[in-house]
Ligand binder design. Structure first.
Ligand code: SF4
Ligand code: MG
Length: 316
């Protein structure tokens, strides 16, 4: 069977005040139905932009996006419309995408009405089912967004996405704004729903621990480029790019070698300006292992496992 989603060499550049910003640079991956792709990186690494390119909320400058066997890269908004319900997005801040004057029930029903799903009575019945399915009381349908907690609102956001029976759901930092105890509940809910409805997820997060827990495939992004990519198990067992290793510090998966561990702990600096990316390997100003070749020459992607690739001069 062919993958549900194929992203091929997709690039996105923005022009801002006459300057060019490479937001996403030649990203490729494939994702099978029912699986999760984790996209990790700091803010500004291009992961949200990549999510929007996949959904065709933004147009890529280069590359191809194939969804469910169909090349959607050049479809017009009108041609995209019937596909919209198959591809949904869950945001970090669900309230931002909800009208403050619409009740929760109306907001979920509205999502279905826009796509001509069912009669009004059928949609209202479905609102109740969906609220229960995401662990909320059906009385929530009479509430307004400001009356719910962040965790409840995120469940509503999930219910709204689910109301359309999507195939692909992009989860863009869906738990980052929630308390830790609530984060776990929402993660478990997303997992259950994936199983029950064979959902395919792109899970965007800066939290590598959550990505490790949820993902089948992982891509680590830095300044719009994938620096390491592969099956989650393989990548987490053998994190090879220094940036991945830095990110992994936070979940205490450090290299065995004590010197290497010390070098990674002392990493300095912020993510550089995407308008003026560093020469050679764009990670070199922050990389404890950088050498002259790193400052001069852009590393090429190398396979370090059957499907595990790393873009670093040190990889072999
Ligand atoms: Fe560090 Fe050089 Fe590898 Fe870039 S190519 S991550 S600077 S070692
Ligand atoms: Mg983002």
């Amino acid at each position: 069977s062919s993958p549900l989603l194929q992203v091929e060499e997709v690039s996105k550049r923005f022009r801002v005040q006459g300057r060019e910003l490479h937001a996403v640079e030649k990203v490729s991956f494939q994702l099978d139905a029912g699986k999760t792709m984790g996209l990790v990186g700091e803010s500004g690494s291009g992961k949200s932009t990549l999510g929007r390119l996949v959904l065709r909320l933004l147009d890529a400058n280069e590359g191809r996006i194939v969804f469910n066997g169909q090349d959607i890269t050049k479809l017009s908004p009108k041609q995209m419309r019937p596909l919209r319900r198959d591809m949904q997005i869950i945001f970090q801040d669900p309230q931002a995408s909800m009208s403050p004057r619409m009740t929760i029930g109306a907001a979920i029903e509205d999502a279905m009405a826009i796509h001509n799903i069912g009669t009004k009575a059928e949609r209202q019945k479905r609102v109740d089912e969906l609220l229960e399915r995401v662990g909320l009381s059906t009385v929530v349908k009479y509430a307004f967004p400001h009356e719910l907690s962040g965790g409840q609102l995120q469940r509503v956001g999930i219910a709204r996405a689910l109301s359309l029976n999507p195939k692909l759901v992009i989860c863009d930092e869906p738990i980052s704004a929630l308390d830790v105890s609530i984060q776990v509940q929402v993660i478990q809910l997303l997992q259950e729903l994936q199983k029950d409805f064979n959902l395919t997820y792109i899970f965007i997060s800066h939290n590598l621990a959550v990505v490790e827990y949820l993902s089948d495939q992982v891509a680590v992004l830095y300044l719009g480029e994938v620096v390491e990519q592969g099956p989650a198990e393989e990548l987490f067992a053998n994190p090879t790019h220094p940036y991945t290793q830095v990110l992994l510090q936070s979940i205490l998966k450090m290299p065995e070698d004590a010197d290497k561990r010390q070098a990674l702990t002392s990493i300095q600096g912020e993510i550089p300006s995407p308008f003026n990316p560093p020469s050679g390997c764009t990670f070199h100003p922050r990389c404890p292992f950088a050498t002259d070749v790193c400052r001069q020459k852009k590393p090429e992607r190398k396979l370090v496992g059957s499907q595990h690739s790393v873009t670093c001069h040190l990889a072999n």
